[in-house]
Design a protein around this ligand. Sequence first.
Ligand SMILES: [Zn+2]
Length: 439
Amino acid sequence: MQHRYQIVQPEWIVTVNSDFEVLRGFAVLIEDNLIHSLVPNDEIAELDCYAQAEIIPLPNCALLPGLVNSHTHASMSLFRGMADDLPLMEWLTDHIWPAESNWVCPEFTVDGFRLAAAEMIRSGTTCLSDMYYFPGEMAACAQQIGIRSVVGLIVLDFPSVWAQDATEYLHKALAVHDQIRELPLVSSAFAPHAPYTISDEPLRQIAMYSNELDIPVHMHVHETAAEVAEAQQKTGQRPLQRLDQLNLLNSNLIAVHMTELDEFEIERVAEAGVNVAHCPESNLKLGSGICPVASLLELGVNVCLGTDGAASNNDLDLLGEMRTAAMLAKGSSGNARACDARQAIEMATINGARALGMADLIGSIESGKRADLIAVDLSDLNTQPLYDPVAQIVYAAASRQVSHVWIDGTAQLKDFEFCHLDTNEIIAKAASWAQKIRS
Ligand SMILES: [Zn+2]
């Protein structure tokens, strides 16, 4: 078989390896969909593949592993700006859930997903973990676009456009898990919506299946203080305690939000190896609370980053989310050292990969991993002069400075332009949905 070689020559390589090495004077050799090796620039011409390789010089650019958005509802981009400045439960029950029951269908899911995927690729995200209806259609769309995705197999107690009761949700979840097995860029996770929308028995089954199939459980947990207080009133237990009794607290769990945690719970989460998906902008916008990231990181908890859906953020810009996460951790802990620039990048890359069970495939620039890479052009006014590329990326760069994106070795963005996606068509479809929804 004929191999395809690309040699990417950035100014800096932010490897995000275990020593967090930042290299200068090196190139990345991509063989097909893999990072073959990191090669000193003065040795490139000696490579056997040199004559047939595509050489991609990236002066002024930092090359990073592609960003991993650990929690989103991509298709909800079509609801962006529809209901704002409201607290979580009012936003959900008066606006989002009714709109979903009126409008969500396979076509909505796919058109919304394409809009979100384009926005994410444009801003440097190469892998996303989603939770929404019609995951099978979403998976096919993700594979067709070429964006690495973990689709959530949604489970609820109550009827929706996707299923009528927990039994049907679970049945469909397992069917989709099987159906998408052959798609190389897509995998699945159970996605029970939240402790307050799903009862014990389906959660017990999810714990069992997740263990058996070794796939993640992706769930909103302790999003607000009100959620925890209400559960205590109804059941006498805090939701995390209930999930613990149902065998869900382990390294397969991606607990999203976690704004309400006491000291005992932080220790328990650390001990059980639970992953925490922190969504600072969604939490801030909905006034939901603040995840104690500094304390979680201190105890070694794997904290990753998510944007949540665009209807509560309102963008899917993970580079911006990194900065918000770093600022918020410092501001809320009163410690300027909390969540430093390196930790912020780890949260958006290798920690996300780890939470999704994909740390051997993506999340850092190392030989043998998939070539999911992004370049950030640091030559703009706002990132000059340049003492430290890592600090510039987290504290000063804007997502418009993402110049190149590769996913699984395929270029998706080159010199700031999409290689495959037609943005005019995507924008026209979004506008036509908005017209229907508004009328
Ligand atoms: Zn969410």
